[in-house]
Design a protein around this ligand. Structure first.
Ligand SMILES: Nc1ncnc2c1ncn2[C@@H]1O[C@H](COP(=O)(O)OP(=O)(O)OP(=O)(O)O)[C@@H](O)[C@H]1O
Ligand SMILES: [Mg+2]
Length: 461
């Protein structure tokens, strides 16, 4: 697929020179002579990069840029700045232009900036979801049997280009498996594009997957590329595929059979080279029996099946995973690494983990924020409550005694500190070296009533 560039410049010489050199570089190029004409073009076609002159007759470059932003044109814009109006160029960058080039133009430099913009844009598309969660690294942690099997399956599937259907419960790590497969494949340099089939409203999913042409439906103000096309040369990850409607399933099946997508409302047939990975937390064979999932699509997708087991079946990995997440959140929140004492480790090992690895991650995050000291104890995990499966009786007894002793000690200690500070919570917290909110929490857990008249303003939880 050729990338497309729109040039907006009133000087015919500049348009001709730029269009020529960019076409030589393999771009599809359109050129217009005013901001108005540029905006008009953008309602009819999608471009990958826009070159926009600052000095224009009619509405100037900055206004044109602003209108593009208002219309949510998300192609990167490179400003062409006349000699001596660097200030406007800087302003343009502030409104969201990608970069600027100066007249008289160096064609070589301009080509370079365009290709940078394009690369940046691709990264952007690919990473939009990812960047929000900077911690999303691709390490599959776990040394137990289940994890080593899983790693082996991922390594075998990755280089083949085959379709993979990843199944497993909520939060088991299906997306991580998909990302790992992409990262270990020959397509790793291409985009990884995720589509959450459950999160997109039924009436938009086809457009999301296959794109649409302007006017295809209300709100389709310009052409839009679908995710299959955006994933060209890379991988598309169809998450929660079990939630896709039968109608959309039929279209996806066609796209898989023919490697061709048809944007909604258009006549074009676009050939794409996209590897398909899918995931589901449903039992698709059940869905097929119930008439909610197409059997033919299931067979197409399930070329390489990978099952991610629930966390309770790989208990041996819990300590490693906990450490992994602690390191992650210690970095993210700038806190010191904490350790789990044996009582806490026992609670984590015996808990049922209905939310699997994601739940463990959330639990660790919570502990890293809430626990003031450097050691996490079973007491800090009391919020896991009823989900804890019974530990062996002796272990429970030991833990209970240890807890009781610790609680009694802490209670006494805090009460004395409070007395020394005449019940002033802020000063007590300071004296004990903990956050005020932590002290409140601790007191509540230990059954110490807050002294009357103590300020309870910003104490949230
Ligand atoms: N083996 C693992 N090692 C390290 N982190 C993991 C592992 N498995 C899962 N995670 C982390 O746990 C979280 C949940 O994993 P992921 O999103 O891949 O699960 P999922 O099965 O797609 O979940 P859902 O069903 O909710 O979509 C992510 O932050 C992921 O990075
Ligand atoms: Mg997922």
């Amino acid at each position: 697929m050729k990338a497309s560039v729109l040039i907006v410049d009133d000087e015919p010489g500049v348009r001709a020179a730029l269009a020529g050199v960019l076409r030589d570089e393999g771009y599809e190029v359109d050129a217009v002579d005013s901001g108005e004409a540029g905006l008009d073009r953008l309602t009819r076609a999608a471009y990958d990069v826009i070159l926009l002159d600052i000095w224009l007759p009619g509405i100037d470059g900055l206004t044109t840029l602003q209108r593009m932003r208002d219309r949510q044109v998300d192609a990167p814009v490179v400003m062409i700045s006349g000699h001596g109006n660097i200030e406007s160029a800087v302003k343009a960058i502030k409104i969201g232009a990608f970069d600027f080039v100066e007249k008289p133009l160096s064609l070589e430099k301009t080509v370079l900036v365009v290709s940078n913009a394009l690369r940046q844009q691709r990264l952007e598309v690919e990473n939009r979801a990812l960047r929000a969660r900077v911690d999303q690294d691709l390490k599959m942690v776990g040394e137990g049997y289940a994890m080593s099997q899983l790693r082996e399956q991922v390594a075998m599937a990755a280089p083949t280009n085959g379709r993979v259907l990843i199944s497993g419960g909520n939060g088991t790590g299906k997306e991580l498996v998909a990302r790992s497969i992409h990262a270990l494949s020959r397509r790793r340099g291409g985009p990884f594009v995720e589509v959450n089939c459950a999160a997109i409203p039924e009436e938009l999913i086809e457009s999301e997957l296959f794109g649409h042409v302007r006017g295809a439906f209300t709100g389709a103000v310009s052409d839009r590329r679908g995710k299959f096309e955006l994933a060209d040369g890379g991988t598309i990850f169809l998450d929660e595929i079990g939630d896709m409607s039968l109608k959309t399933q039929a279209k996806v099946l066609r796209a898989l059979q023919e490697q061709i997508v048809e944007p909604v409302g258009g006549a074009a047939r676009i050939r794409v080279d996209t590897r398909v990975l899918a995931a589901t937390n449903k039992d698709l064979t059940e869905e097929i029996k119930a008439g909610r999932f197409r059997e033919d699509l299931y067979f197409r997708l399930n070329v390489i099946p990978i099952f991610v087991p629930p966390l309770r079946d790989r208990q041996e990995d819990i300590p490693l995973l906990s450490e992994h997440f602690m390191r992650l959140f210690a970095r993210e929140y700038g806190r010191r690494f904490k350790s789990l004492d044996p009582s806490a480790a026992a609670v984590l090992a015996h808990y049922g983990w209905p939310g699997n690895v994601r739940e463990l991650r959330n639990v660790i995050e919570r502990l890293m924020i809430m626990v003031p000291g450097e050691v996490i104890t079973a007491q800090d995990l009391a919020f896991l409550g009823g989900g804890v499966r019974p530990a062996p009786a002796e272990a429970v007894e030991e833990i209970r005694q240890l807890h009781d002793a610790r609680d009694a000690f802490e209670r006494d200690y805090i009460l004395k500190a409070l007395a020394r500070q005449q019940g002033n919570i802020s000063r007590t917290a300071e004296a004990l070296g903990v956050e005020r909110s932590n002290l409140y929490r601790k007191m509540r857990a230990l059954g110490i009533a807050a002294p009357r008249g103590s300020e309870r303003d910003e104490d949230g939880g």
